[in-house]
Design a protein around this ligand. Structure first.
Ligand code: HEC
Ligand code: HEC
Length: 145
């Protein structure tokens, strides 16, 4: 009888806290290519870990979600010229909870000294527009130059 009680607790905790569909690992490598901030915001399923900016870097605008690139710098310049540099992890994901004044003046991707960037990013939910199929006028996923 006792075993059941110990088993029930973690299952109940996950039923309440595990929000990622088809993904049992809610961590920094989760859901590459998906709109992180849709969940990682107040009122979202990951409201305990809100992000001001997050996304995933790939080799091309059409890349598969599982092919994110590690070690790419993403440099955000906010409305007050405060610069935040993030580095993509093994899934290609980058994210920050640091306060950013919107709109971002620049959102740049830098690898091997080559840079590509957009001006006036309205929000930090990069993968909301940079997705497949693309939305918000973007040409697809965030990708290296
Ligand atoms: C469908 C909703 C959803 C999406 C989309 C999502 N996450 Fe999550 N994420 C969660 C949930 C739920 C947790 C667990 C939150 C908790 O522990 O409070 C989590 C946890 C995390 C954590 C661990 C946070 C901590 O403090 O322990 C990180 C880091 C993370 N996600 C990054 C990302 C990144 C990067 C993306 C986008 C590429 C992303 N997530 C997309 C729901 C989501
Ligand atoms: C509201 C939609 C939207 C959001 C949010 C958004 N972008 Fe963009 N992004 C665009 C559009 C539109 C372009 C210009 C068309 C293109 O090249 O994809 C662009 C272009 C870019 C480029 C240049 C792409 C290239 O082809 O050289 C980079 C880099 C970029 N965005 C990074 C980011 C990052 C990082 C974020 C998050 C901080 C972000 N974007 C958020 C819409 C968006």
């Amino acid at each position: 009888m006792k075993q059941y009680r110990f088993l029930a607790l973690p299952i109940l905790a996950c039923a309440l806290a595990c929000g990622g569909e088809g993904d049992d690992k809610n961590n920094a490598f989760m859901a590459p290519g998906e709109d992180c901030v849709a969940c990682h915001k107040s009122g979202g399923s990951a409201r305990e870990a809100p992000f001001s900016a997050a996304g995933t870097v790939f080799a091309s605008a059409m890349a598969d979600p599982g092919s994110g690139l590690a070690g790419v710098s993403v440099i955000l310049t906010d409305a007050n010229d405060v610069e935040t540099t993030l580095v993509s992890n093994a899934a290609g994901n980058f994210f920050t909870g640091a306060a950013l004044a919107l709109p971002l003046k620049k959102a740049a991707v830098l690898r091997n000294g080559q840079r590509t960037e957009m001006a006036s990013a309205p929000e930090g939910a990069c993968n909301r527009c940079h997705t497949q199929p693309p939305t918000g006028g973007a040409s697809g996923r965030i990708h290296v130059p």
